[in-house]
Design a protein. Structure first.
Length: 227
């Protein structure tokens, strides 16, 4: 492909992704109020305030935009892989569809874990407040906090996809991953404890076990593929 063809392909991918996000955002706006109610109750705060006259609508729009990102993610990911596929060998292109599906699934798992961990985070953070200070939830700050959690968890759970792609590009290998198993074991354990704070000792295992199995599964898959 020439430079012009690459630019045309990039333009097409960006337009398709943008249209998908806009359509998803508009649709999500009609359920954004229910989503906010669910998140508030899930966090255990049951009530929040906003400090500007248009604060309620602005926060609904903010939530709708992020929900739009999540809903449109399959289209965005598909367009991203479609754009890079011309630079891949024929033997590598057969992994595009599985990688698209894996990226979507792992991101969805991360979002689910973020929602699960939300009350744990709120509880732990409130414990650090002085005895005579109480938490009065500002809706805008709360929504920003939750959205940051959701996106962050989704990215963390893309670890298997990242390791697999690096392996296919021969930047890493199954041997490299096996040699560094103790470091990954420790790192994933610390990550699990950080992402599920203040809980009983068993709760971090809910995050650690899947992450570690994803790591071992990726290493095994790369080994089976001779990488």
């Amino acid at each position: 492909m020439s430079v012009i063809e690459h630019l045309e392909a990039l333009r097409r991918a960006l337009i398709v992704a943008l249209v998908a996000w806009v359509v998803a955002t508009v649709a999500a706006f009609f359920v954004s109020a229910q989503v906010i109610d669910y998140l508030i109750n899930r966090a255990g705060i049951h009530h929040a305030i906003y400090l500007q006259p248009a604060g309620g609508v602005i926060n609904q729009l903010k939530v709708a935009m992020y929900i739009g990102i999540i809903i449109a993610a399959p289209v965005v990911i598909q367009q991203a892989w479609w754009f890079v596929s011309p630079g891949l060998h024929e033997s590598e292109r057969r992994f595009i569809l599985p990688l698209i599906l894996a990226t979507i699934v792992f991101f969805a798992i991360g979002v689910g874990v973020a929602i699960f961990a939300l009350p744990l985070y709120i509880n732990v953070l409130n414990r650090f407040a002085p005895a005579d200070v109480s938490y009065l939830p500002d809706l805008s700050a709360f929504i920003s906090f939750v959205l940051l959690m959701v996106i962050g968890f989704g990215i963390v759970f893309e670890l298997p996809v990242v390791l697999f792609v690096l392996g296919m590009l021969r930047i890493t290998s199954s041997r490299w991953l096996h040699k560094r198993r103790p470091y990954f074991f420790l790192g994933l354990g610390l990550t699990a404890n950080f992402l599920t704070p203040g809980a009983d000792p068993l709760t971090p295992l809910i995050m650690f076990i899947p992450l570690y199995l994803f790591y071992e599964g990726t290493a095994l898959l790369l080994r089976l593929l001779g990488r």
